[in-house]
Design a binder for this molecule. Structure first.
Ligand code: NAD
Length: 275
């Protein structure tokens, strides 16, 4: 398993993690258990997913030493003014003493409270209760404001990213600022992308599935990524991406799949859902 270094105190993040959005808490306990048995060591949840309890139960029952695991959770949009309290609530639902990464889930520019939220995350980080802090769905504009006005540069920005929506400008901005890029919906939510003929060609060439080709592309780009599946065979399939390499032409062929209107999820400039 590859790990990448975050910009905070030598903390490393396993590049391939496991996401649990839209998985009810009890089912999350089962699928996280399956993922940990498969070898995943990085789990991505959020207070808004309503499954921190199930994730925590699976993590605590796994028998894997806590320091070998990487657990991420996120602060939701209605909690920007009360980050420390919301963090305590997440920790208690998870049943853990600390998380490895705490993220602001969305910037919600219309509320303009994300800087206040970031100050809260900085306190949590200084207390050692989150080993690293970062953001999700931040744009160049919202990230620039955090970098200019706060003390700590976010370690990661978790964003929608897949071959149909490649976020090149934002990735370049991250690289210039020592911020890791983490891809959500890395498989394009398993919709049209995985049926793309170009991926079928590469899958045939490497004796892999289209999902494995896409995940390998993320790994070689240097992204952290967190595919989701509740199907045991796919949980395993998505983990088997470290035994082959895409060559320059393969990478270019996937690079060429980008679409002008490739976004699947909400636009962070306008998303302001409060739950
Ligand atoms: P994804 O791209 O990981 O796609 C998941 C879907 O793809 C599955 O539900 C399944 O239908 C299909 N799939 C999975 N493995 C497959 C395989 N091997 N072959 C064929 N189909 C397969 O999409 P996602 O769940 O939206 O994103 C992954 C994770 O990212 C989430 O679980 C969550 O942790 C995170 N996320 C974060 C945000 C955010 O705002 N920060 C938003 C969305 C998702």
């Amino acid at each position: 398993m590859n790990s990448l270094l975050l910009n905070s105190d030598g903390v490393q993040v396993p590049q391939l993690g496991f996401g649990v959005w839209q998985v009810p808490s009890d089912e999350a306990e089962q699928v996280v258990t399956a993922a940990l048995e498969t070898g995943y060591r990085h789990i991505d949840t959020a207070s808004a997913y309503g499954n921190e309890e199930g994730v925590g139960r699976a993590v605590r029952a796994s028998g894997i030493p806590r320091e070998k695991l990487f657990v991420t959770t996120k602060l939701f949009n209605n909690d920007h003014e009360r980050a420390e309290e919301a963090f305590d609530e997440s920790l208690s639902r998870l049943g853990l003493d600390y998380v490895d990464l705490y993220l602001i889930h969305w910037p919600v520019p219309s509320r303009n409270k994300y800087l206040q939220a970031w100050r809260g995350l900085e306190k949590i980080y200084r207390q050692g209760r989150a080993k690293a802090i970062g953001v999700s769905n931040f744009t160049i504009e919202t990230l620039t404001r955090v970098i200019d006005e706060a003390d700590i540069v976010p370690s990661i920005n978790q964003i929608e990213l897949h071959p149909y929506f490649q976020q090149r400008a934002l990735r370049e901005f991250h690289e210039a600022n020592g911020i890791l890029t983490e891809a959500w919906s890395p498989l394009g939510q398993g919709k049209g992308l995985l049926g793309d003929p170009a991926l079928a060609v590469l899958a045939e060439k490497h004796g892999k599935t289209p999902a494995q080709i896409v995940l390998r592309w993320h790994i070689q780009l240097g992204n952290v990524t967190i595919p989701k599946s509740v199907t045991p065979a796919r949980i395993k399939e998505n983990f088997e991406v470290f035994d082959f390499v895409l060559d320059t032409e393969d990478m270019a062929a996937i690079g060429a799949l980008t679409k002008q209107d490739g976004r699947i999820g909400p636009d962070p400039e306008t998303f302001s859902w409060m739950g």
